[in-house]
Every structure is written in structure tokens, then in C-alpha cells.
Write a protein that binds this ligand. Sequence first.
Ligand code: ATR
Length: 279
Amino acid sequence: MKKACVIGWPITHSRSPLIHNYWLKQLGIEGRYERVPIEPAALEQFISSLARSGYLGCNVTIPHKEAVSRLVTIADEDTQAIGTVNTVYLREARIFGTNTDAEGFLANLNWRAPELELSNQLVVVLGAGGSSLAVVAALLSAGVPGIAIVNRTHERAEAVRKRFGHRVQPVSWERREDVLTSASLLVNTTSLGMTGQPRMDLDLRRLPDSAVVTDIVYSPLVTPLLRQAAQRGLKTVTGLGMLLHQAVRGFELWFGQRPDVTQTLYDLVAMDIDPGYQP
Ligand code: ATR
């Protein structure tokens, strides 16, 4: 039986088992994807004994993404630039780590907003935490000429500029509405709007009519920011698609087949997040 898992602390809310076990069944692979709670003190031991525990690899979520990056071999430059790992896999008795959030973000935009042309457009990114780094790396690799990073804590936005260079411009939280006027894409990477967190206080009136709004928060499925954007008639892209697309490469690395992200899978996970969801 082939086995992979997701580790985090706590881990009860992860939707990854639903996604990977759906693909295992779809593709007729005899395997299992488990949810494993690992407290920070047990992380190193768990990672070093992955193979002995019978796992082909694992996904990594809060709060371990940064700590794991120091325990594994990172073979790709994009992951080194992002500095966090969400996928661990074994090759010839070595433990590798990679980050699939950037490709998940781009694949989701490509899936839901294929008309969006990123190569000569300005993007506004709200937030400068761990998730923001993957989004910025993705946007830069897609050729975006300028990214305004709006963050409550200026030093963190400045740190993103230092890491990724001059195409990134830190903007103060107070000026978050001023920068919307020339944006073709607005991305929320903060925790604002997530179930149990404060809502995002942002008026979208100044965004161009052609702008796309996306949120990496997927619980609730339609965040207050996305609802406001839709009410203004703007195209919106939910964060759930990013979760599905970031899972593709991990599955392929562990189980050897590349799975498809389909509307059926989207509906299945959407219903798990929001029982009132109507396909
Ligand atoms: P993640 O790894 O998910 O990105 P994180 O590193 O804790 O999580 O980052 C959370 C982001 O949400 C940060 O940009 C944070 O802003 P600060 O850098 O100023 O902390 C942002 N955030 C969280 N609560 C916020 C709030 N009440 N108002 C504005 N921004 C907030």
C-alpha cells in the first residue's frame, strides 16, 4: 500500500486527504493519504523517519512550512527563493522538499481567468507573510512588471522587496485603496476574511472594471472580499482552486501519475467547506 500524508499542528481542518484520496480512487492506485498531527517538538524526528514509517512523502502545513525547509534538501531555485516547503518527497534514500504553492496559484488563475494577461500588468498583493512569498514568486515568474505589496507591518513588505528585488514595491496599509487604480489583479494573502478572523476593510471602488480579484483564503469559499468584488461586477477567483492545483505535483511525485483538477473535484471539496454550496 502506497502512503503519503499531511502534517501540521493542528491538522483537523486540512482538506488535502479529501483531494488526494479522491485522485487515488479515480486513478485506481492502491494507496492512502493520511492526516498526521505533529507537534513542533516532534517535527525533526518525523521527517527523518518518513521512509521507515512507510511514507513516500508528505504535505506540510501550519506551523511547519519554514522549519521543514531546514530539514530537507531543496533542489529548485524557486523554493529556495520562497523559503518554505509544502511538499516533501523521497528519492534514493534522500529527503527532498519543494514548494508547489506558486504553481498552484498560477494554474488556478489560468484555469478560472485564462484571459488575464499578466506580463504587462500591475498587481496589488495584500499581505507579506509566508503565503505572500509564493504568490510574489509566481507573479514574477509570469513576467509581471510591478507588484505593490500592501502590508500592515512595513518591515515585512520591505523584506519581500529585499528578497525579490525592484519589481516589488512596499505600500503602507493606509494607502491600500490608492494603489488599486492601475491594478489588473488584486490578491489577498492575509488572514483577513478567513473564518474566525476579522474581515478585510477595503473599498474596491477604485479598481478598474477589468480587474480580477482573488483570495488565497478558501474558508469561507467566498470571502467577504470576493463577495464585494462580485457585487461590483468584477471577475473573482476563489482560493480553493489554488489548493487543488498545488496538490497536483505532490501527488505526481509520490504516486507517479499526474492527476487532473476537475470541476467535479472542486465541487466535492467546496461542499465539504461550505455545506450550502451549490455546484
Ligand atoms: P501566512 O504564512 O499564511 O502568510 P503569516 O506569515 O502569519 O501567515 O502572515 C499573515 C499576513 O496577514 C501578514 O501579512 C499579516 O500582516 P502583518 O505582517 O502586519 O502581521 C496579515 N494580517 C493578519 N492580521 C491582520 C490585520 N488585522 N490587519 C492587517 N493585516 C493582517
